[in-house]
Design a binder for this molecule. Sequence first.
Ligand SMILES: [Zn+2]
Ligand SMILES: [Zn+2]
Length: 95
Amino acid sequence: MNSIGENIVARKRNEQRKCQVCSCTETTPCNPPCAWSDIDAGLCTTCEEAANAVAIWIAESHQPDTAALLKQARVILLDAALAEALKAYGAGGGQ
Ligand SMILES: [Zn+2]
Ligand SMILES: [Zn+2]
């Protein structure tokens, strides 16, 4: 019989490694599939790339506004989804 303490330790050991930023795991990876970052054990390569890009943006932009950046990223995603939808809808049609 394991004590409660031993059970907690055993569960922690079996707990899946998870990216601290996006919560991806080995069984639920990013798309396309990521790997674990070499620079930080709690980071996946998808988020490492994003963090690198954001680091450059913080260093180079005049007044970095993270909320505005995320808003812009959502606009880009929506535009891409809209373009995909229009492409599918207009397949075979002229333009
Ligand atoms: Zn991640
Ligand atoms: Zn990932």
